[in-house]
Design a protein around this ligand. Structure first.
Ligand code: ZN
Length: 305
């Protein structure tokens, strides 16, 4: 019987569950709508139980939306904590999986997981520290430092970095109120997430033409967020996923604005000469989070040996 990993990418709108032997060998997957914990967690367990029939389940990895509790000594280790998602605050995730399967469970933020997957097998191999940033409905970022996902007081919350306001390309002030439930327009996510772009334009971000000046404004904000990360964690590579970064030439403009914001202070060719090897797309694209969950399962299995 083949040894397989269970992988769960737990998101605010969907739970993608799979079994796999590695990133290139996903055997079965399912997409579940994120409903209430009482519905979705048993659905995920039922999928894994069914899909692993005839296999040996070695470990499970969960790359989860947050904030989450990662301190193994905390009484609520393995839970979602203070989320604004209705019904999900203080929801145990690891406990029910351990109870159901009795195997090691790797647990981390979706973006720490994606960062680990990209370092282990993808676009950030050989790069340490490395950052994974996603810009879409929200903004999230994870970090690998010394080979492991960065944990501390909690975990990186790059999406909520305070970011100064900039002006539109024609010099107008950006007076948008902001999209963050906690910080309004005072943070990276509040100013630069997909909903923030859409709200300024009065239409969904996906429908805004590539030549709209809003993308230049967006690149300016993305560069400010990236510069804060470059200056605080000194990553050797930043992997950027999510829909926004790959619209038109947002990625190219962001690389150029990043060079401008850093203003020559970080005297490394990676940032002084905008190039295509420092801020890069994820190898695993839309599957970066799911592959991250596989990497967390692998790490949990190795840690349990
Ligand atoms: Zn915020």
């Amino acid at each position: 019987m083949a040894r397989v990993y269970g992988a769960i990418e737990g998101g605010g709108t969907k739970f993608v569950c799979a079994i796999a032997t590695g990133p290139e060998d996903i055997l079965t997957r399912v997409r579940l709508d994120t409903r209430t914990p009482a519905q979705t967690i048993p659905e995920a367990i039922a999928f894994l139980r069914d899909a692993t029939r005839g296999h040996v389940l070695a470990a499970i990895g969960v790359a989860c939306f947050g904030p989450i509790e990662l301190d193994p000594c905390a009484p609520d280790y393995g839970s979602v904590t203070t989320t604004v998602k209705p019904g999900w605050a203080h929801t145990p995730i690891v406990g029910p999986l351990r109870e159901a399967f009795g195997v090691p469970v790797g647990f981390d933020t979706d973006v720490n997981g994606a960062a680990l997957g990209e370092v282990r097998w993808g676009a950030a191999q050989g790069c340490d520290p490395a950052i994974y940033l996603t810009v879409g409905t929200g903004i999230g970022g994870g970090a690998i430092v010394n080979g492991r996902p960065l944990h501390g007081l909690m975990h990186p919350e790059i999406g909520h970095l305070p970011i100064p306001r900039i002006t539109w390309p024609d010099g107008r002030p950006d007076d948008y109120v902001g999209a963050c439930a906690y910080h309004g327009g005072g943070c990276f996510e509040g100013l630069a997430s997909g909903p923030a772009i859409g709200a300024r334009a009065g239409r969904p971000a996906e429908s805004i033409p590539n030549d709209d000046p809003i993308w230049e404004l967006e690149a300016g904000y993305l560069a400010l967020g990236l510069a804060s990360v470059v200056l605080s964690l000194s990553p050797r590579r930043i992997v950027v996923g999510g829909g926004v970064m790959h619209r038109g030439d947002v990625l190219r403009r962001t690389r150029e604005r990043l060079r401008d914001v850093l203003a020559g202070y970080v005297g490394r060719p990676e940032v002084t000469v905008p190039n295509e090897t420092y801020v890069v797309p994820p190898r695993f694209g839309q599957d970066a989070g799911l592959v991250g969950a596989i990497a967390l399962a692998e790490a949990a299995e190795q840690g349990a040996r």
